[in-house]
Design a protein around this ligand. Structure first.
Ligand code: KIV
Length: 301
């Protein structure tokens, strides 16, 4: 495709032009002091709603292992499963940046990480990949290979066994300094944004002030350049008490449960479907069938 025909803008289903959010656009937003809104999503319907609601950055997070597939933690999800969900999200999203999480075990070496990241871009249409931990060499190699990277530091859920559970990280001066050093090294290696999860507000604020790359916080306080939440946490579609940093913006769990109960009751009471919700034969066909029925009854009598 030539430069002149490269679409800098996209169009929505109703034809209105849309300015696509790209990785460099997130850096511009940081420079302009515009907060970045990010949300996870894993399928067509929900990512379309998130995109139409104006979310800037949609993460096909490996949290799908828990909230979609019902696993106890994020470790079980595979590259193939992540690609399957990223494809669905990609089909729905016109404006937001679509980022795919590289799952546990898919980037143990630079070569493996590079090969799997290429799959996310080629097979699923991901516009960036996210990797957990200070994988400096891998971030450098992905950047060299033209694959934008979102890094993820602090409470990294793929390290649940090493951390001994989901615990707030960087609570001592020494660990804050290590975190800052890691964030700088990742940004220097080319990370386009850094997710900061489960760390004290003060540590996140310092990193955010020092880095040119935007920080996206989750449980990291309000001073990050953007915020991300898990879709199911935002809408109460989880089955456990929320973490301290979660704000429930709606109770979709109660809404959906009550709608399904109402439907079941209507079926049980033959209140669904109604005549208006049924298809009907044309009058002439109905009459012809009635006449045939009547003739058959007369013949039998
Ligand atoms: O997988 C995920 O949902 C994430 C977010 C918590 C940042 O990594």
């Amino acid at each position: 495709m030539s430069l002149t025909s490269f679409p800098g803008t996209n169009s929505s289903p109703n034809g209105a032009p849309i300015t696509k959010i790209t990785m460099p656009a997130l850096t511009d937003m940081k420079r302009q002091g515009k907060p970045i809104s990010a949300l996870t999503a894993y399928d067509y319907a929900t990512s379309r709603l998130a995109d139409e609601a104006g979310i800037d950055f949609i993460l096909v997070g490996d949290s799908l292992a828990m909230v979609i597939l019902g696993h106890e933690n994020t470790l079980a999800v595979t590259v193939d499963e992540m690609i399957h969900h990223t494809r669905a999200v990609r089909r729905a999203v016109h404006r937001a940046l679509v980022v795919s999480d590289m799952p546990f075990g898919s980037y143990n070496s630079v070569a493996e990480g590079l090969a799997n990241a290429v799959r996310f871009v080629k097979e699923a249409g991901a516009e960036a990949v996210k990797i957990e931990g200070p994988r400096i060499e891998l971030v450098h190699a992905l950047t060299e290979a033209e694959i934008p990277v979102v890094a993820h530091l602090g409470l990294t859920p793929q390290s649940v066994h090493r951390m001994g559970g989901y615990r707030v990280q960087a609570r001592t001066a020494e660990t804050v300094l290590q975190l800052k050093a890691d964030a700088h090294a990742l940004a220097d290696a080319g990370a386009g944004a850094i997710v900061l999860e489960g760390i004290p507000r003060e540590a996140a604020a310092q990193i955010t002030a020092e880095l040119p790359a935007p920080t996206i916080g989750i449980g990291a306080g309000p001073d990050c350049d953007g915020q991300i939440l898990v879709f199911h946490d935002l809408l109460n579609l989880t089955f456990a008490p929320p973490a301290k940093f979660v704000r429930r913006y709606a109770d979709a769990g109660t809404l959906i449960r009550s709608a399904i109960e109402h439907y079941r009751e209507d079926v049980e009471h033959r209140a669904f479907p109604s005549d208006e919700e049924s298809y009907h034969l044309p009058e002439a066909v109905r009459k012809a069938l009635d006449d045939m029925q009547q003739a058959a009854t007369l013949r039998k009598a």
